[in-house]
Design a protein around this ligand. Structure first.
Ligand code: AMP
Length: 284
């Protein structure tokens, strides 16, 4: 694996690949890598593209600066994981490299209502930051394929909108299923910050999503939503939302709908740690 810290060096390496008609697959990350990140890389390898991972802890997408300060950093371990998984290139830029003229100078995009609901509502400015960094990285890497995790469902929608706003018609976005722990907890870099008792309780979010899925035939969403809210609260969580939405565009739904692809989404804090997860309701 070749590691680049500078845009110019990365771009000249990627230019050579393109000249040899090799397609480029890009996996942007913030580091503290786990099996979920690696599953995106594995998908890229299966697709036969030249794999480029980036690790950049983007300050502009952290609405809560304490969350940024406490975000786990494990670059040496990340590098070993990527080498073992067969990554071709790691891009590891500094903040200066990504924002040479300051954060404000980077183009911001308007994601419309996506910025005002769910994560957008709870984390003001978060998607503006995501748009800035992913936009910048897409300009630098110019990938053919972009690999994203369904774990961050709304982010996938925001980046799909970003692709449209940037006019990247040829870019193919590949959304990969969420990798989970044995108890169903969605893998996340933030899980490393959970205490042992919090970790035991954290699987409750998945249990709630499963109950929203399995009770859809018999149930009334409002009732199930309240059951889940009460269960999470009883276990010491502070739920932020338990929502049902149209899976195509995240339009909020108050009730289950037979004719609509649906997704259930949960955000809840346990102690200082904020966890999010989601589930498509058409799966078994
Ligand atoms: P992050 O480092 O949290 O910015 O995540 C980088 C990419 O990995 C994003 O596209 C995430 O959606 C994806 N990702 C994070 N956790 C998981 C997971 N458990 N399963 C699959 N993809 C994930």
């Amino acid at each position: 694996m070749v590691i680049f810290k500078h845009i110019a060096d990365l771009r000249s390496h990627l230019k050579q690949q393109r000249e040899n008609n090799i397609k480029i697959g890009f996996i942007p990350t913030m580091g503290a890598l786990h099996a979920g990140h690696i599953s995106l890389l594995e998908r890229a390898k299966t697709d036969g593209v030249f794999s480029v991972c980036s690790i950049f802890l983007n300050p502009t997408q952290f609405n809560d600066k304490k969350d940024l300060e406490k975000y786990p950093v494990s670059t040496d371990n990340d590098i070993s994981l990527l080498i073992t998984a067969g990554c071709d290139v790691l891009f590891l830029p500094s903040t200066q490299e990504m924002y040479p003229d300051g954060e404000q100078a980077v183009k911001a995009y308007d994601f419309g209502y996506l910025d005002n609901i769910l994560e957008g509502e709870k984390r003001k400015g978060h998607f503006k930051g995501v748009g800035q960094i992913v936009g910048r990285l897409l300009e630098v890497v110019e990938p053919d394929q972009l690999y994203l995790g369904q774990k961050d469902y709304q982010q996938c929608m925001v980046i799909t909108k970003l692709k449209e706003l940037m006019g990247l018609n040829a870019l193919n976005i590949v959304i990969c299923a969420t990798t989970r722990e044995a108890d169903g907890l969605a893998m996340s870099s933030r899980n490393k910050r959970l205490t042992e008792p919090q970790r035991v309780l954290a699987g409750t979010i998945y249990q709630c999503l499963v109950s929203i899925l399995t009770k859809q035939e018999s149930g009334n969403f409002g009732v199930i939503q309240k059951e889940c809210w009460d269960l999470l609260t009883a276990k010491g969580f502070l739920p932020e939302y338990i929502a049902l939405a149209d899976a195509r565009d995240l339009t909020p739904l108050n009730e289950y709908r037979k004719d609509t692809p649906m997704v259930a989404l949960i955000a809840a804090k346990i102690g200082e740690i904020r966890l999010i997860d989601n589930m498509l309701l058409d799966q078994n």
